[in-house]
Design a protein around this ligand. Structure first.
Ligand code: TMP
Ligand code: ASP
Length: 240
């Protein structure tokens, strides 16, 4: 597979076309952003850390029957992925109250939940990813009713795989964000998990000390951001 031209430069990754339109190269940069791109920094080793972290998680999910776009690691900062047509929706599951849920409802972070909470957000930095529900998604044609159900089912299935995986490593999976799409040339094919799963898009707390081990370290200027990502990786068995 030959890497060709830059297709899209996101906030933390750059996507390249290849000589096969069904595949893309995802390049993990050291860039870190928060608050919809308002806060940006370069953190040494972030690209290779997240590339390997994501590969490990995607392999665990695939082994558990969650289809993903991930094909293989290409080098320290790049992975080969299937070219997906993405649904412009972020799917969030929360096991513990934190972040925007705490703020929106005036709750304290760390409050346990009787059952996990599922939320949809419309992917738009300009609008600060507003929360939407099934009706908005259907009415605006962003996804079909079947895809809405599939996104919920798959996002909860990921919880069933990753919550115990992190728990065994002494980490609480507080919440996480997933994005889905399907292979561009296969409109009838099942939805696949796209984008990434790294500490950039989830919250992980040390189960004993409650120390934050995710991108909140960057958002809240707590320091040792990539050290924490790598500590998480080492604990779950990512070869870093
Ligand atoms: P929130 O508490 O800010 O709504 O975020 C919930 C989870 O989703 C948290 O783990 C961070 C992740 N997330 C992203 O990765 N990107 C985003 O744009 C948003 C809104 C959330
Ligand atoms: N992912 C968003 C950004 O990079 C929001 C966040 O992580 O705070 O700006």
């Amino acid at each position: 597979m030959e890497k060709r031209q830059e297709l899209y430069r996101g906030k933390a990754k750059t996507v390249y076309t290849t000589d096969d339109p069904a595949y893309l190269v995802m390049h993990y940069r050291d860039d870190t952003s928060a608050f919809d791109g308002a806060k940006i920094a370069q953190l040494a080793m972030k690209g290779e850390t997240n590339n390997r972290f994501n590969a490990f998680i995607m392999e665990q999910l695939a082994a558990a029957g969650v289809g993903t776009h991930f094909v293989k690691l290409l080098n320290e900062r790049e992975s080969l992925v299937k070219n997906l047509k993405m649904i412009p929706i972020e799917c969030v599951v929360r096991n513990v109250v934190a972040g925007s849920m705490a703020k929106r409802l005036g709750l304290s972070e760390g409050m346990p939940l009787v059952n996990p909470v599922f939320e949809f957000f419309y992917k738009s930095d300009a609008l600060h990813d507003p929360m939407v529900n099934d009706y908005h998604i259907l009415a605006l044609g962003w996804a079909s009713a079947a895809d809405i159900e599939a996104m919920k089912t798959l996002t909860f299935k990921v919880n069933g795989v990753l919550k115990p995986l992190f728990a065994q490593a002494g980490l609480t999976l507080v919440d996480y964000k997933l994005e889905f799409g399907r292979e561009a040339a296969k409109p009838q094919a099942p939805l696949l998990l796209g984008d990434e799963f790294t500490p950039d898009g989830c919250r992980l707390w040390d189960s004993s000390s409650q120390e934050k081990m995710d991108k909140d370290r960057f958002r809240r200027d707590l320091g040792n951001v990539i050290e924490a990502y790598r500590e998480v990786g080492r604990r779950i068995g990512v070869p870093l």
